[in-house]
Write a protein that binds this ligand. Structure first.
Ligand code: GDP
Ligand code: ZN
Length: 376
């Protein structure tokens, strides 16, 4: 009883962005809608689990949003609120994520998630629980990660782009770069040239003029994509520009954790005309790096990694060592300082408490202070 009240109280404070209505933009509350839907759909207290779990199955639904107990899925073109079979919960740390392919079976009138297919790809971040770090998968089975950056307002920041590129590579998702707000500048930001030279597909867009929107649409056709980027770069504007008649699935599922704290998952699965599907989840905006140690960062900078072959020390951190080919390249101008600084910042953040992968820190890996404090 007490738990229920607590949950209700907290749910009121959950604010959710409404992508459909520009005027209400940051002040939209969707919990009323969720409450309404919950009232309509009656859930039994405990899921019946008499039948054995299927081991070999063809998934028939896609997860849009979920809590520990329930999942909103897309099943045969319709949305369905499901229970999750209790027995699945022991299987892996993040049982469900938006985009997961699941098997839903019906028992009497109840829909129950009975199986979760292995993930083709995943985007993860470290999530802390009781002081320990665990992997939290924020999106599953995405084909593309669209890294969205603005030319200006907010300024183009390499650090953010690089973090997303690493997360994409770790999770097996193909990244593309979308540089939006091209109408505000004469030329593309200098750093974009760097990414082109790394064979990253780059799309220059403007939601104001519509330039480049068609090309972006073509790239996303037939795929499941995740849009990631700093707030204000134009992610919602891009969605609207690609399809003014968006079909938006918004689901919010709340639950009280066992400590009485409140966790909310709000996720969206957008279906755009032209066979484009986009997962939006709040987790993706704060995508941390999971499964990457400070020592591994250089591997994800292919240009830097190539030069590192000529460093004197095999375990060179490219921060303070003598005869470091990377530092020499920066001094000579053959490696962009922008790019090197981004490497340093990401590396430093992984050495700090929050970005650290447990058990993977190498002792004595601390360099001199960074050229500029702060950074992403
Ligand atoms: P989000 O936070 O990434 O979803 O960004 P929004 O789509 O809400 O856009 C943030 C602001 O940038 C809004 O005021 C948009 O009108 C504006 N904006 C988005 N795209 C463009 C663009 O291509 N050019 C210009 N000039 N402004 C844009
Ligand atoms: Zn080096």
């Amino acid at each position: 009883m007490k738990k229920k009240r607590l949950e209700k109280k907290h749910r009121k404070s959950v604010r959710n962005r409404n992508w459909e209505d520009k005027n209400k933009h940051d002040f939209a509350f969707t919990h009323d809608l969720v409450k309404h839907r919950r009232a309509v759909v009656k859930l039994p207290e405990t899921p019946p689990n008499l039948n054995p779990l299927p081991s070999n199955f063809e998934p028939n639904a896609t997860v849009i949003a979920h809590s520990k107990k329930w999942a909103f899925v897309q099943l045969a073109g319709k949305e369905q609120l499901c229970l999750i079979d209790e027995r699945l919960k022991e299987e892996r740390s993040t049982l469900l994520a938006p985009g997961d392919a699941v098997l839903v079976e019906f028992e009497a009138r109840d829909a129950i998630v009975r199986g979760v297919a292995p993930r083709r790809t995943k985007l993860s971040r470290p999530a802390g629980e009781h002081g320990r770090l665990a992997e939290q998968v924020v999106a599953a089975n995405a084909d593309l990660l669209v890294v969205v950056a603005a030319t200006v307002r907010p300024p183009f920041r390499l650090g953010l782009v690089d973090r997303f590129l690493i997360a994409a590579e770790v999770g097996g998702v193909e990244p593309i770069l979308c540089v939006n707000k091209m109408d505000l500048v004469e030329e593309e930001p200098e750093a974009v040239r760097l990414y082109r030279s790394l064979d990253l597909r780059v799309f220059l867009t403007s939601c104001e003029t519509g330039d480049g929107i068609g090309a972006l649409r073509d790239a996303l056709r037939g795929k499941v994509s995740v849009l990631a980027g700093h707030s204000g770069v134009g992610k919602s504007s891009l969605l609207n520009a690609m399809d003014p008649h968006l079909i938006v699935h918004t689901r919010e599922v709340s639950q009280a954790t066992h400590r009485g704290r409140h966790a909310t998952t709000a996720a969206h699965l957008y279906e755009l005309s032209g066979d484009i599907r986009i997962i939006d989840t709040p987790g993706i905006r704060a995508l941390g790096l999971w499964g990457v140690s400070a020592a591994e960062v250089a591997h994800y900078f292919p240009d830097l990694a190539q030069m590192a072959a000529a460093c004197r020390f095999r375990n060179c951190t490219h921060v303070h060592e003598p005869h470091c080919a990377v530092l020499e390249a920066v001094a000579q101008g053959s490696l962009s300082r922008l790019r090197y600084d981004s490497y340093r910042r990401i590396r430093a953040s992984l050495e700090s408490e929050t970005g650290m992968t447990p058990g993977r820190r190498l002792a004595g890996e601390q360099g001199p202070p960074l050229p500029e404090p702060g950074g992403p």
